[in-house]
Design a binder for this molecule. Structure first.
Ligand SMILES: C[S@@+](CC[C@H](N)C(=O)[O-])C[C@H]1O[C@@H](n2cnc3c(N)ncnc32)[C@H](O)[C@@H]1O
Ligand code: SF4
Length: 385
């Protein structure tokens, strides 16, 4: 891995057809969206940001959400054209769009491709109709399969998301679902363990006892099944929840995990930008209408711009980098913190985590073992607190 993780651009489309009961992303349901107005506001924010970020080379663009596949392809094309007017793009730049696997959205894939998108990431979530209903999704397994088929025809690179550790799920049924997923997978799969996020409909329902999740042992068995099947099919876990064939890794997320610079555009978008040697943590106004009013009133979309202290910067670098199987290279650690790993981290804490087989430190750098990645929060707390 080179010391420079590249520069990425994230664009947030905050709207969805309906709110899924598990989701705490910045996503909202609105009766009417004036898309032309949103398009010009996103372009304004891009223009404003570009003025302070000259000379960057874009390694990746990611349209995330919400549901960006509800955007008109002309909006996606206009944003990409504008970005290309501001910055040079790497020849192999990855341009991803998140899509929901409904037939309406799949019908737009050809136009997204023509607009410049070269990778899609589909929210399949489950390959079981009852589970899809439980998750509040609007597609069924047949629609998901069809959408993945359309994606495969239009995009050389595509991925889809699955959510596991659902109520009542057993390793046996999960095995069948994963086998079905593998039969239609490309070079990348994201497999997330269901988490109950505060403020979601699931949080209330779960607290009320409407459903129970698998216990720790059950979750561990489902995790093991995931690793065994995907690894066996050549889709290695290069990150806690992300699996890819060699070269199929999501370049955009690699920029985040390698703690590179990224610009976030749109409501609630975050950014990390190195300016004059200092790392800035930026956060945009979250509510869509507040963000829009700020942009249209000529104000900044950003409501927080913090310069990270050296300790915070080191903590973020480790928090992101140890999610990756490759870990944090010596070159990256030194470039970001100005110190060597051994000089920066407390020797006794480091030794204890290495002894416990949660971390490995060698000539390449510092990385978490599979066991360490499974309990990364505890490992980070033991290393840094
Ligand atoms: C921004 S979201 C969804 C993108 C797109 N709107 C969709 O739903 O297909 C990205 C992914 O995060 C995962 N996710 C969101 N909330 C989750 C939760 N509470 N537990 C596990 N995975 C979650 C889902 O797999 C989802 O596809
Ligand atoms: S999971 Fe996707 S479609 Fe569902 S509310 Fe969240 S962002 Fe929207």
């Amino acid at each position: 891995m080179s010391a420079d993780p590249g520069f990425a651009l994230y664009l947030h489309w905050p709207f969805c057809k309906s709110k899924c009961p598990y989701c705490d992303f910045n996503s909202h349901v609105r009766e009417q969206i004036d898309e032309a107005r949103w398009r010009s506001a996103l372009i304004s924010e891009l223009d404003r940001a570009a003025a302070t970020l000259r000379g960057r080379r874009v390694a990746s663009v990611f349209f995330g959400g919400g549901t960006p596949s509800l955007m008109a392809p002309v909006t996606v094309g206009a944003l990409l054209d504008r970005a290309a007017g501001h910055w040079a793009f790497a020849p192999e730049a990855e341009i991803t769009l998140e899509a929901n696997p409904t037939s309406v959205e799949a019908a737009r894939f050809a136009d997204f491709r023509a607009a410049g998108v070269n990778r899609v990431s589909l929210g399949v979530q489950a390959l079981d109709d009852a589970a899809l209903r439980f998750l509040g999704r609007h597609h069924d397994v047949a629609q998901a399969r069809a959408a993945v088929g359309v994606a495969a025809r239009h995009f050389a690179r595509y991925s889809f998301d699955l959510i596991y550790a659902r109520p009542g799920q057993t390793p046996l049924s999960w095995r069948d679902e994963l086998a079905a997923a593998l039969a239609m997978a490309g070079d990348h799969l994201s497999v997330y363990q269901l988490t109950i996020e505060p403020g979601t409909a699931f949080f209330t329902a779960h607290a009320r006892g409407d459903f129970a999740l698998p216990d720790d042992e059950g979750q561990a068995a489902l995790y093991e099944t995931t690793q065994e099947l995907l690894e066996g099919a050549g889709l290695t876990a290069y990150e806690i929840s992300n699996h890819a064939r060699r070269g199929g890794e999501c370049r955009h997320n690699l920029v985040y995990w390698r703690y590179g610079d990224y610009l976030g555009i749109g409501p609630g978008a975050h950014g990390r930008l190195t300016l004059d040697g200092q790392k800035h943590a930026l956060r945009n106004r979250r509510a869509p209408e507040t963000w829009l009013a700020a942009i249209e009133g000529g104000a900044a979309a950003c409501e927080e711009d913090l310069v990270l202290a050296p300790d915070e910067r080191r903590a973020e670098l480790l928090m992101m980098g140890l999610r990756l199987a490759e870990g944090v290279s010596r070159a990256r650690f030194c470039a970001e913190t100005g110190r060597d790993i051994e000089a920066s981290l407390e020797p006794a804490r480091l030794a204890q985590l290495i002894e416990g087989a949660f971390l490995v430190l060698d000539e390449k750098g510092l990385r978490a073992t599979a066991a360490g990645r499974q309990r990364l929060n505890a490992v980070l707390a033991a290393l840094l607190d």
